[in-house]
Design a protein around this ligand. Structure first.
Ligand code: ZN
Length: 258
């Protein structure tokens, strides 16, 4: 199935699904990033792989392969997995599962992409008569992702479509200890695939990307995140390319990391 001229879905293994909704959902993720000018020239082929989601380069071709383990009409899972891998595709650094340097930051940012794209998908569904009945389920799913020790970090004024705007992301104060957390877990973050760490950090990064979508413009500048020895080193690089429409958000985000 051709989703767009650059996104092709190989339907084998994905089971029975509503092709119109799945195409819309995949497209909504592409459109979200394209709306701030973050796009890739490389086409994507999406295939089913039960071993788990991954984005990898196709040897000798200027294409990326995105593997997803979801299927059927589990729309939230489609969004969650595809947004994460699409974010890796846009960064287009070393598309290998090797934890070194600031790879942990890339993984955390890709988790944020999932949250933000789920929120975006809920908003799209809310505007469609045939899909608005699914909004509560999407918001519940997202809340599950954003929930920590019973404290809901994402407050979209649930269950009321009329009130989907505005969502109130949590203030940074919840994450005063983020810097300490990163210091404490640094060895683990730099040496192993540490999903719990990525999730913790992504929740703290969420408000920065959520409040200013222009911050997503840093994606292509992250390059191969394994090359950065520290957040300070990356920041020095990003500062050379930063635009006014996200300068403050970048400073705020970096400020909570270092
Ligand atoms: Zn990842």
């Amino acid at each position: 199935m051709n989703v767009t001229s650059k996104i092709e879905l190989n339907e084998d293994g994905f089971g029975t699904f509503n092709p119109e909704v799945i195409a819309m959902l995949l497209n909504s993720i592409r459109d979200f990033f394209a709306s701030v000018g973050v796009e890739s020239m490389k086409p994507i082929v999406i295939v089913h792989d039960p071993t788990g989601p991954e984005c990898c380069a196709i040897p000798n071709e200027e294409k990326h392969l995105i593997k997803l383990s979801t299927g059927g009409d589990f729309w939230c899972q489609w969004v969650y997995q595809f947004a994460h891998e699409y974010c890796h595709h846009l960064i287009d650094g070393g598309l290998v599962r090797q934890t070194a340097g600031l790879r942990w930051l890339e993984e955390s940012i890709c988790h944020v992409a999932s949250y933000v794209c789920l929120d975006n998908f809920a908003r799209i569904c809310a505007q469609r008569v045939d899909l608005c009945g699914n909004v509560k389920q999407i918001v519940d799913y997202l809340e599950g992702m954003m929930c920590e020790s019973g404290k809901i970090l994402y407050e979209p004024y649930i269950h009321n479509i009329q009130k989907l705007n505005p969502i109130v992301p949590i203030p940074n104060e919840c994450y005063i200890s983020l810097h300490t957390y990163i210091q404490e877990k640094r060895n683990k973050l730099e040496s192993e695939y540490f999903v719990c760490g990525y999730i913790y950090i992504s929740r703290a990064l969420f408000p920065h990307f959520y409040n200013n979508k222009n911050l997503w413009k840093i994606l292509p500048e992250l390059k191969d995140t394994r090359q950065w020895g520290s957040v300070e080193e990356l920041y020095e690089h990003l500062e050379h390319h930063v635009k006014d429409d996200y300068r403050q958000s970048l400073n705020d985000m970096i400020g909570c990391l270092i």
